[in-house]
Design a protein around this ligand. Structure first.
Ligand SMILES: Nc1nc2c(ncn2[C@@H]2O[C@H](COP(=O)(O)OP(=O)(O)OP(=O)(O)O)[C@@H](O)[C@H]2O)c(=O)[nH]1
Ligand SMILES: [Mg+2]
Length: 237
């Protein structure tokens, strides 16, 4: 006898994501989910971000890793609340994991939680974590064809960071192809070019994320309230 289960396998993920949205709204916390292939520079971008954003907002981190807590250890020096999640092989974070991780963070004393998802360009974008924004990180040595080959993340992202631009002189990367494909997939997507190694472009990213956090409808626990007039930067090319 065959029993058919027609329930959407994402149903339970989606209902927990809804629960998370309620918790974040109640505590007036913004949650950002950073997604990229392994090694594009998520942790490097987080290091830059915590350095420069930590003085203005109360930040918490959820660090997703498949098999170690190395990235969480890299961020320990900032002295911020970090929940390290070891997925033991799973290629993405889901809303059940995030719900548990939120329980370990001091939500009533945070403005923004930044999630570093597991390095993977496909699966993490399929899971609603109840976040306010998915942020895509792509990097020059991965190639200019990634948006076209893995479109889901680039369609969903609210901001795209193109990292490792210091390597442009050394590897083939056609900006025209990259931007043409982005324009086809998500024409309004802000793209910010950075090098986490030289620091180039990082200030534009910091401006974007400050603006995003500030513009969410919520009570701010900001230390510095000087960002309410933020204007979104033009796409850098
Ligand atoms: N040249 C160059 N290297 C970079 C840049 N950003 C990061 N890297 C290097 O790229 C490697 C991977 O960076 P990570 O920040 O660990 O990347 P990640 O996305 O967090 O990697 P996973 O967590 O394993 O998915 C490290 O050796 C970094 O030093 C950059 O802008 N330019
Ligand atoms: Mg990392």
């Amino acid at each position: 006898m065959i029993i058919e289960l027609n329930q959407n396998i994402m149903d339970s993920n989606d209902s927990r994501a809804e629960e998370i949205r309620g918790i974040l709204a109640k505590n007036r916390v913004v949650m950002i989910n950073i997604i990229s292939s392994p090694g594009s520079g998520k942790t490097s971008l987080l290091e830059q971000t915590l350095e420069k954003l930590g003085a203005h907002f109360k930040l918490g981190i959820i660090e997703g890793d498949v098999n170690t807590n190395r990235d969480a250890r890299r961020l320990e020096r900032f002295g911020l609340p970090i929940t390290a999640v070891n997925t033991r092989g799973a290629c993405h974070l889901n809303s059940t994991i995030i719900l548990k991780a939120l329980g370990k963070l001091p939500l009533d004393n945070l403005d923004c939680i930044i999630i570093e998802n597991v390095g993977n360009l496909v699966c993490p974008s399929e899971f609603d974590l109840g976040e306010h924004a998915k942020i895509a990180v792509s990097s020059v040595p991965e190639g200019d064809d990634k948006p076209q080959k893995y479109p889901m993340l680039f369609r969903q992202a609210k901001c795209l960071v193109l990292n490792k631009i210091d390597l442009l002189p050394y590897v083939p990367f056609d900006r025209q192809v990259f931007y043409r494909d982005i324009d086809n997939l998500n024409p309004k997507l802000p793209v910010i070019e950075t090098s986490c190694t030289t620091g180039e472009g990082v200030d534009s990213w910091i401006e974007w994320i400050k603006g995003f956090i500030t513009n969410q409808p919520r009570r701010l626990n900001q230390i510095d309230e000087g960002f309410s007039n933020f204007r979104r930067p033009e796409r850098s090319r």
